[in-house]
Design a protein around this ligand. Structure first.
Ligand code: AHG
Ligand code: MN
Ligand code: MN
Length: 342
């Protein structure tokens, strides 16, 4: 007699409804945003899977606000999310890595009480070489009194997020998100076009297995960062060496460390004194996820979710992952073992 472990098939739609029931005051607006994001993720996954075939590879001549050459998939993913999200009546504004300013809800569409900030395609330089890429999203509640969202509504510290997560277009397509009730992972079953609950209540191991860092910048790091990386590598002190794993897509590197335990580091360096990664739609959403999974995220001194933003596309150094590894970074970079994370 073969014993099957009881596995219930739970779609993301059903899970969102069940989660909503935990909040009697819920209006369903946040649930609607998560539904629409799941739809956008399926549409982007479809494009990413076809990228190699539909000859849409290669860089466009257009440049995004970061001054980098924009991959066509970046543009398509950006459009897909905006079109999927702008008429649902739950948002009063959006912000994207690919857009210089706030994205207003078109005239004639109802405005809701939330704002969505997103990196439509993370790791875009990896598209042509078939390395996993991702989408990162963050949801905050409007704090100004106007109907339409304003920049002030976007520039909120990460602790004000009401939902955050990412999609990883890897060997399978997964959507991972939190609304402050733990972290849950869903795997897309392409044969039925549904995200199914595959990783309920994800917890990050306290101690890392992996170190993710691009050490080609070592010559531009300060001595504290160099000393920290030596400690992670077991060259100094009594720690065992972490395995170095770095694919150059934040979402892919983060996801591996979330499940396996590890720390992702993008230090400030002499060439980019505030690091490379963006606070509002890369560091903050992943910081919310990792803290909800029992991990931590800091800029080497301050908890990421306590940083008060001043500009939409501002960058931050990022140390994110297993709590003990991030606490080591804080001790060695700022001298004070701050109590990062929840
Ligand atoms: P994006 O494609 O959205 O600009 O993000 C790329 C980021 C991030 O995904 C990754 O961790 C980092 O760039 C890699 O930077 P380096 O190539 O400097 O290591
Ligand atoms: Mn990115
Ligand atoms: Mn991007």
């Amino acid at each position: 007699m073969v014993h099957h472990t009881p596995t219930s098939v739970v779609t993301i739609e059903r899970f969102i409804i069940e989660q909503e029931r935990l909040h009697p005051e819920a209006t369903g607006e946040l649930s609607g945003i998560l539904y629409d994001l799941a739809l956008a993720a399926k549409m982007i996954a479809n494009k990413v899977r076809m990228a190699g075939l539909a000859d849409i590879l290669g860089a466009t001549e257009m440049h995004n606000v970061q001054g980098e050459v924009q991959q066509k998939l970046d543009v398509m993913a950006n459009e897909i999310i905006i079109k999927a999200m702008d008429h649902g009546g739950r948002l009063c504004g959006m912000a994207s890595e690919e857009e210089p300013d706030i994205i207003q809800i078109p005239e004639g569409f109802r405005c809701g009480k939330y704002l969505l900030l997103f990196d439509p395609l993370d790791g875009s330089s990896n598209i042509d070489v078939n390395v996993p890429v991702g989408t990162i999203f963050s949801v905050v509640r409007k704090i100004t009194r106007s109907t339409r969202g304003e920049m002030e509504d976007l520039l909120q510290p990460g602790r004000r997020q009401v939902a955050a997560g990412y999609v990883i277009y890897g060997s399978s397509t997964m959507l991972v998100y939190t609304t402050g009730q733990g972290v849950h992972g869903f795997t897309l079953d392409p044969s039925i076009g549904e995200f199914l609950l595959s990783h309920p209540n994800i917890r990050i191991p306290d101690n890392g297995r992996y170190l993710s860092v691009n050490d080609s910048y070592e010559q531009h790091w300060d001595d504290h960062v160099r000393a920290l990386m030596r400690r992670y590598r077991g060259l100094d002190g009594d720690r065992r060496a972490l395995n170095v794993r770095y694919v150059g897509s934040l979402v892919a590197d983060f996801h591996r460390n979330l499940l396996g335990g590890g720390v992702f580091c993008y230090p400030a360096n002499a060439k980019s004194p505030r690091g490379k990664l963006r606070l509002l739609y890369e560091a903050n959403p992943l910081a919310f996820v990792v803290e909800q999974a029992g991990g931590a995220a800091s800029d080497g001194a301050t908890r990421i979710m306590d940083i008060s933003p001043t500009e939409l596309h501002q960058r931050t150094p990022l140390y994110i992952g297993s709590k003990s590894e991030v606490e080591l970074a804080n001790e060695m970079l700022s001298g004070v073992p701050s109590a990062v994370g929840a």
